[in-house]
Write a protein that binds this ligand. Structure first.
Ligand SMILES: C[S@@+](CC[C@H](N)C(=O)[O-])C[C@H]1O[C@@H](n2cnc3c(N)ncnc32)[C@H](O)[C@@H]1O
Length: 284
């Protein structure tokens, strides 16, 4: 993953050093300021940009602080799923995956699944992927990542949307790509989205319910993750209460170790860090 992130994130990140605003607002501030005051711990506005930075600069800064962390926790969820009782009914076959990624950011979870496929199956991921994010700057990064031919097979199919309030959009897409896949799960992914102030969780529940209703017999798996803070997860519990279907759930709060490369301050050594994570895997 290092080479992939180097190309899409680290290179353009270092090119910013000539920009005066970047120098003043990023380079001259410490890491904690960047996380708390510019990125607002991941709740930054990536449509307008923050602290005089452009949306693209804000998205790059997000990747610098959070991409590896979220990649590791998303990867963990796919590993847990593959070992769980759910995967006996719907195995995680890297050649037949469909994922709808709500609040996809730079396609973190799509990359994590490709990483899982590469390490566990030694295969490129063959994925039908819809990434939904209201921030075009995030979708630009996601598109760049989707072009990586080491991770994704040529048969992969990517679509990127800035909104999805109409279930027909998802239904049409799933119908078009799923004709030949009967047993494989369709992942509905919510990775670090539910703390968003602009998220309308009841509208989202409606879209998901209508989609589930249309594909009555399909295996849908909902993946949720966020930090384990109740103030950040209120909308998630509200969303779950409004799901119109019975489900089985595996959920845990864990401290997950992960190894972080120092792309951005190469003078510092790589190190093992920890993520405080709350996740749920829901099988409908
Ligand atoms: C914290 S980031 C998480 C990104 C990615 N899923 C990850 O795990 O790294 C949240 C993302 O959700 C997007 N987002 C927030 N509220 C949204 C909304 N109401 N509709 C669509 N996207 C939204 C933001 O633009 C941002 O890219």
């Amino acid at each position: 993953m290092k080479a992939v992130i180097d190309e899409v994130v680290a290179k353009p990140y270092f090119q910013q050093k000539h920009c005066t605003r970047w120098k003043q607002n990023v380079v001259q501030k410490d890491e904690s300021f960047q996380r708390k005051s510019i990125l607002r711990r991941g709740k930054a506005n990536f449509i307008t940009g923050e602290s005089d930075l452009t949306p693209d600069q804000t998205a790059l800064l997000y990747c610098r602080h959070y991409l590896q962390m979220h990649l590791a926790s998303s990867r963990h969820l796919f590993d847990v799923y593959a070992d769980s009782q759910f995967s006996q009914k719907s195995p995680l076959n890297p050649e037949q995956i469909t994922m709808i990624d709500f609040g996809c950011g730079p396609m973190t979870s799509g990359l994590a699944l490709a990483w899982h496929a590469k390490e566990l199956h030694n295969k490129k991921l063959d994925i039908n992927y819809i990434g939904i994010d209201h921030a075009p700057a995030m979708l630009r990064l996601a598109k760049n990542f989707s072009q990586n031919q080491q991770l994704f097979s040529r048969n992969s199919n990517f679509q990127f949307l800035t909104e999805c309030n109409n279930p027909q959009t998802l239904i049409k897409y799933i119908k078009s790509v799923e004709a030949c896949y009967q047993k494989t799960p369709i992942f509905l992914n919510f990775s670090y989205l539910f703390a968003s102030d602009s998220l309308e969780q009841l509208q989202l529940a409606k879209v998901v319910n209508n989609t589930l209703e249309y594909f009555d017999k399909k295996n849908f798996i909902i993946l949720f993750q966020n930090p384990p803070l109740s103030c950040l997860n209120r909308k998630w519990f509200d969303f779950k209460k409004n799901l119109a279907y019975d489900f089985d759930v595996v959920g845990h709060q864990i401290q997950l170790p992960y190894y972080e490369y120092q792309f951005f301050e190469q003078s510092k050594p790589d190190k093992t860090k920890h993520i405080n994570l709350y996740y749920e895997i829901i099988a409908i």
